[in-house]
Ligand binder design. Structure first.
Ligand code: C2E
Ligand code: CA
Ligand code: CA
Ligand code: CA
Length: 279
């Protein structure tokens, strides 16, 4: 059904109500953007907490609009999902990441893995995993260098089917991260049924953190849970020195947040934060 949607012509004003002009504008612009490859990828470091090294980064899509400049994904991912354009968008992101990984492998940068966000819709397309896997293979990138980030909302529908698809990806050699962990509803026992290698602690946990003892205990519990389950943990949304210090004391594995670096073009990425002034 989705494939059919994607075959629609670029302009189809006739069949739509003109009240919905902004939706129409968005759909048209998005199609054009995908045709013209206007999607760009920024990267944000996932910093190893105790050493300050950067071996992992997250890929975050940016739309380089010819007239409006850089547009954030919050503005268009939703629309891409509604208009059946999320798969071509994902593929463009994966392609860009593969090209960048080739570059990093040549220049011997320390980057060992890039994590890429997948829409919850991704898992509704039968051949979506084949498409991303083929693309990665075609670029000669070892799957070990890519981690797929998915959110809990992807998992609510059909856990069995989901587990199967994730196992496929795992068998290829990819790793899987659960994004926005703690923002949703998944139970810890359910989590253990899925091949998840990394937990990304949702940034809402950083609100008023360190703050009260209770707040700290909850985060400590998450860190311990990840550790006991053999998963890596990435704490997202870390912005202050106080948060960083508290997380260091708790032995949180990785930190991702403005305290180190905002998402940036690959050329501006920093590979280590070992000097005091960076923290
Ligand atoms: P996310 O996957 O949870 O990504 C983290 C978001 O938090 C990013 O926003 C990042 O810039 C922001 N962030 C990083 N550090 C901090 C911090 O210290 N404080 C705060 N307040 N925010 C921080 P961004 O890049 O605007 O992306 C927003 C969302 O768009 C992402 O949330 C993800 O759900 C989605 N997204 C981004 N790229 C892609 C993509 O290629 N495909 C899909 N399907 N979704 C994407
Ligand atoms: Ca993410
Ligand atoms: Ca997140
Ligand atoms: Ca999110």
């Amino acid at each position: 059904a989705h494939a059919k949607q994607q075959e629609r012509p670029l302009f189809f004003y006739e069949e739509k109500n003109h009240q919905d002009l902004s939706d129409e504008w968005m759909e048209m612009s998005l199609r054009k953007a995908l045709q013209n490859k206007e999607m760009d990828v920024y990267y944000q470091p996932q910093v190893k907490t105790h050493s300050g090294e950067v071996h992992k980064v997250e890929a975050l899509v940016r739309w380089q609009h010819p007239d409006y400049g850089v547009i954030s994904p919050g503005v268009f991912i939703d629309a891409a999902e509604r208009f059946g354009l999320i798969m071509p968008l994902t593929l463009q992101v994966v392609e860009k990441v593969c090209l960048q990984l080739k570059e990093w492998r040549k220049t011997a940068a320390s980057i060992q893995r890039v994590s890429i966000n997948l829409s919850p819709l991704h898992f509704e397309f039968v051949d979506a995993n084949c498409q991303i896997t083929d693309l990665v293979h075609r670029h000669g990138i070892p799957p070990e260098m890519i981690e797929w980030e998915l959110t809990e909302t992807s998992m609510v529908e059909n856990l069995q089917q989901m587990a199967g698809q994730l196992l496929e990806l795992e068998k290829e050699g990819f790793s899987i991260a659960l994004d926005d962990f703690g923002a949703g509803v998944s139970s810890l026992t359910r989590l253990q049924e899925l091949p998840i290698h990394t937990l990304k602690l949702d940034k809402h946990f950083m609100n008023k953190f360190p703050g009260s003892d209770k707040k700290q205990q909850v985060i400590q519990l998450m860190i311990t849970f990840a550790e006991l389950s053999g998963m890596e943990i990435v704490c997202e949304g870390v912005e202050t020195k106080e948060q960083l210090d508290a997380l260091r004391k708790m032995n949180a594995g990785f930190i991702q947040g403005y305290i180190f670096q905002h998402p940036v073009p690959a050329s501006e990425l920093k590979y280590s934060f070992t000097e005091g002034r960076d923290m």
